[in-house]
Design a protein around this ligand. Sequence first.
Ligand SMILES: N[C@@H](CCC(=O)N[C@@H](CS)C(=O)NCC(=O)O)C(=O)O
Length: 315
Amino acid sequence: MSELILHHYPASPFAEKIRLMLGYRQLPWRSVHIPVVMPKPDLIALTGGYRRTPVAQVGADIYCDTALIARLLERLQPSPSLYPTDQAASANLLAQWADTSLFSAAVAYAFQPAGLQAMFGHLSPEQIAGFIEDRKEMRKGGTSQRMSLDQAWGALLNALPWLESQLAGGDSQPSYFCGPAATIADFAIYHPLWFIRRAGPLGALLDPYPHLNAWYARMSEFGHGPGEAMSSQDALAIARNATPVVLAQVDLRQVDGCAVGDQVTVSATDYGTDPVLGELVMSGVDEIVVRRQDERAGTLQVHFPRVGYRLAKQA
Ligand SMILES: N[C@@H](CCC(=O)N[C@@H](CS)C(=O)NCC(=O)O)C(=O)O
């Protein structure tokens, strides 16, 4: 099997979620650094339009969104599982909440002037303005708007005591959010807090929560595992020389009116909604896959989770 390649940049919280999972599983991986803002020509050659970070690649199969990348890692190495069946609702719903509400609050909170200074102090004013403009553009056409500071702060002051209290957990004192072992929920809660901690003095918001900080330290110890650098050119060559995997024939046309074989677009609904055009080759309960051609990357299959994405049939 082809090696696992992660397309990412160091400052991305969602990439940190996946890097930490790679460390937890001790999976070997290759690391391709992508630009922080558009344009991202080599990444787009692989995805067909999806621009968010991170993206995973195995040969000619491209996996968008960390909800799906996390399940890919589980398939590649099923043990230890991050999806305990007896905690399915708790772990998955907590993870969904953390990846959306908690993450949005963390970003709006961390992007106060003191946080921007800590994270971007080394950049020129033009670079910072370019970053802000890029993210504004990225939200156009999506359902998710940037939270105001008071909303974000309020949401965090509300949620952090919940997190602390669950870890304090009376007599049982669980090591992780859903029990004695880490689950998908832990990794999803970790990355927004990682982002707040990078925001210089604003990180002090997390100080009053000893159980949360002890959990955070345990999580950090997983590290990132053996990730070896690769160029984006080499990643494109790997895609070009590989054949996409054979997929199960799943066709859930009653859900969205799109059938396997149709030309469709797939777009995120919240932000970064750039559509990816291709032939629908799998339409499952939790995964949508389109096949597309690219001049430089050859024939590819691009995979998305279903939740948070919209399928539209093309004439
Ligand atoms: N739901 C997506 C969200 C990913 C996301 O928002 N990533 C941020 C970086 S942490 C992003 O794409 N920012 C814009 C960019 O990198 O171009 C996922 O789970 O992968």
